[in-house]
Design a protein around this ligand. Structure first.
Ligand code: ADP
Ligand code: MG
Length: 489
């Protein structure tokens, strides 16, 4: 364990609550569609509107997704969990309560681990999860802006009411904003990889609340404030950094932190208290009499397990074993299924897994990031990259030349061998021709030869340069070295 990073002498403590919208077709307790973007109230049935006489019916698909999540993070799947009513008034909640899980959640424990850059080191971090529970989303309040000429009225859209959510709660294990963002990205990767959530942050399918507190090292946990609804990784980091500075300033000025719920304003970069935080007891939770306990037999868990695709961490372990890759590479290459598939195809075709990994984590990723492109749309296919790597390892071209070929393929397309030919990038592998160049250069630089023989190894540089130049950069540097040593030795 490395010592925790301090900010102005304070240790930062962060715990996350994430609402992942489950990718079912219909709502958690009704048959209405959950498709995004429909006209207000066109996807709200009698149950979603809380009309009398309606009763909730559990959506098996939502339960199955919760089981998949539990399996993906090595958690305990409760054999019996209980739905509870969380009571509060808000116009977008016509029932007057939200159905959630309280004392006995469906997913218990588990962990998420990832790599984090710390200074020059890459370290593995593990965040323990407390629980993940099923619940329904509320509707949305829509406000006409009177300042903009609207009527200044408010309306309620119940399309979102009853959308299935999995709320994923961590222990307060994170110690910096960087670590918090790395956790959120890893969690996002897991839920999208196993396909239980589409991960669309703009549409609100993956919303994070960050609980933040600070303390002097060794002191008990400080009072937290909860930053609500962070829907981009960039804002997440900005919001936490601002919040940490704000809390430290308050404490340094002699003020105590009040537990509160705060909102981040991306325009000002500041967090602002929305309401003082209520405690669980304020919600008067009690078991929902309309829903029986959720019972999940071991056979159900086993069946779900057998139908799940290979998990990212399992795939990463396989990459280490089968392709002799470092753990770091294996983790990077399993960021998404598409990246992993691109790597496996490249590695299988060219037979050079480490080179394939270097190229994908280097050149390919750099260009994808620069153009915000997904690897599925990369203009250089895995087969083309494999062909290029093949030409490096059979000494047809140098690494430098390979980069030129890659550039050309990326921006204009074309095939590896044709491009090498057209650009005249073939390395000179004909020793006779190279020997003649070397002899000429040696004859033209007698002083360097003399110095080298007198023990000045640096004099060699004065010879290699002109040789590479005379070969128009096509000489194989290793071969030049070898021949030079032979001739001078
Ligand atoms: P609630 O549901 O009322 O927000 P919980 O006790 O379930 O409260 O905690 C919610 C989140 O807050 C969890 O992720 C937990 O790790 C985190 N948390 C709890 N105490 C602290 C603290 N002192 N500092 C930072 N995070 C905390
Ligand atoms: Mg909370």
């Amino acid at each position: 364990m490395t010592a925790p990073k301090l900010v102005q002498g304070y240790e930062v403590v962060i715990g996350f609550e994430t609402h992942a919208q489950l990718s079912t077709q219909s709502k958690i307790f009704s048959r209405s569609s959950v498709a995004f973007g429909a006209e207000p109230n066109t996807q709200a049935c009698a149950l979603d509107m809380a009309l009398p006489g309606t009763l909730p019916v559990m959506n098996i698909g939502a339960v199955e997704r919760a089981i998949e999540f539990g399996l993906a993070i090595n958690a305990h799947i409760a054999e019996r969990s209980v739905f509870a009513r969380k009571n509060y008034f808000y116009p977008d909640l016509p029932k007057g309560y939200q159905i959630s899980q309280f004392e006995i959640p469906v997913v218990q424990g588990g962990e998420v681990s990832f790599f984090l850059e710390e200074g020059k080191q890459t370290v593995r971090k593990t965040v323990r999860l407390e629980r993940a529970h099923l619940e329904e989303d509320a509707g949305k309040s829509l406000h006409e802006d009177s300042a903009l000429g609207g009527g200044g009225q408010s309306g309620i859209d119940l399309n979102r009411a009853g959308t299935p959510l999995l709320e994923i709660v961590t222990q307060p294990d994170m110690r910096s904003s960087e670590e918090a963002v790395a956790y959120a990205k890893e969690l996002h990767k897991i839920v999208t990889w196993i396909g239980i959530c589409d991960g669309n942050m703009q549409e609100g399918s993956f919303r994070c609340d960050a609980n933040v507190s600070v303390r002097k090292p060794g002191a008990p946990l400080g009072t937290r404030r909860e930053i609500k609804n962070l829907n981009s990784f960039k804002f997440m980091q900005q919001a936490i950094d601002y919040e940490v500075r704000w809390q430290i300033d308050q404490i340094e000025d002699g003020h105590a932190i009040q537990q509160a719920t705060v909102l981040f304003n991306p325009d000002t970069g500041e967090t602002r208290a929305m309401r003082t935080k209520e405690d669980a007891a304020d919600y008067r939770y009690f078991p929902d009499p309309d829903l029986p306990p959720l019972v999940i037999g071991r056979d159900w868990v086993e069946r779900v397990k057998s139908e799940m695709a290979e998990l990212p961490r399992v795939m990463a372990e396989r990459f280490v074993k089968d392709y002799a890759l470092p753990e770091y590479d294996a983790t990077q290459l399993t960021q998404s299924k598409a990246v992993a598939a691109y790597f496996e195809t490249t590695a299988r075709v060219c037979g050079q897994a480490k080179l394939a990994s270097n190229w994908i984590m280097g050149e390919v990723t750099r260009r994808l990031n620069a153009s915000e492109m997904a690897i599925e749309h990369a203009p250089v296919s895995a087969a083309q990259l494999a062909a290029l790597i093949g030409r490096i390892s059979d000494s047809t071209i140098s690494n430098n030349a390979a980069r030129q070929v890659f550039d050309a393929m990326w921006s204009e397309g074309g095939e590896v061998d044709a491009l090498i030919e057209a650009k005249g990038l073939k390395q000179m592998n004909d020793t006779g021709e190279l020997e003649k160049i070397i002899d000429d250069v040696l004859a033209a630089h007698p002083k360097n030869v003399e110095e080298f023989k007198a023990g000045n190894t640096k004099a060699l540089n004065g010879l290699v340069g002109p040789i590479m130049k005379a070969s128009k950069g096509k000489a194989n540097p290793a071969q030049v070295n070898e021949l030079l040593m032979k001739k001078l030795g």
